[in-house]
Design a protein around this ligand. Structure first.
Ligand code: FMN
Length: 194
């Protein structure tokens, strides 16, 4: 079983901290994990040139190659994003668009994988749910099975209030609980459907 986590922050900050925690917990259960951090990465925007539809690969040569490879190999996908302007980061938005090239190769490539969302906002209610819904819409569009930790705290995924500080996010007990609950369900789905 392999889980691929994308940290969609442009820096090594609070989102990377919680994604690392999540992946460490999964590793402890004999699940292979790989993290891609967007920090310092070159991820260009989709130009809608349609080159991928004709040629079965993206015309842009940049760090998406690492993302393509790992998405292809993963059984489970974690999209971890800082909340930016009330939704996902621009890095994550670009990554989502660029996976069009994967489906140009094989329409079913992402179908049946399991997906979960982590959203980290500087504000307590800064748009974490909108970020989750963006991730969940992406999952549904691409046939990825979305999981949450269920009602009473993690309705759409793991939600954090970082107050823009790693020390503060470590103390976000409610957020950590939402992470545990979502991870638990994520593992249940991996075991049941993969
Ligand atoms: C451009 C930008 C936009 C942001 N917009 C929001 C927002 O809409 N809501 C929110 O709660 N926090 C917002 N933040 C704060 C970040 O979500 C918060 O600091 C988060 O912890 C950053 O994650 P990181 O430490 O992994 O980079 C924004 C930060 C930036 C840089």
């Amino acid at each position: 079983m392999k889980v691929f986590g994308i940290c969609a922050s442009p820096r090594n900050g609070t989102t990377q901290y919680v994604l690392s925690e999540a992946l460490n917990k999964l590793s402890g259960h004999d699940i292979e994990t790989v993290m891609f951090s967007c920090q310092g990465k070159d991820i260009k925007h989709c130009m809608h040139c349609d080159y991928c539809l004709e040629n079965k690969k993206c015309i842009i040569q940049d760090d998406m190659d690492e993302v393509y490879k790992n998405l292809n190999e993963a059984d489970g996908i974690i999209l971890a994003t800082p909340v930016q302007s009330g939704s996902v980061s621009s890095y994550l938005s670009a990554i989502m668009d660029r996976t069009r090239a994967l489906e140009a190769v094989d329409y079913n490539l992402l179908r049946g994988k399991i997906g979960m969302s982590i959203a980290v906002g500087g504000d307590r209610t800064g748009g974490q749910d909108f970020a989750h819904l963006s991730n969940i819409a992406y999952f549904i569009i691409h046939g990825i099975i979305p999981v949450s930790g269920g009602p009473f705290g993690s309705n759409l995924g793991a939600s954090f209030w970082s107050q823009d500080s790693i020390d503060e996010i470590k103390n976000d007990g409610y957020g950590m609980e939402s992470l545990d609950r979502t991870l638990n369900e994520f593992e249940n789905f991996l075991n049941k459907y993969i």
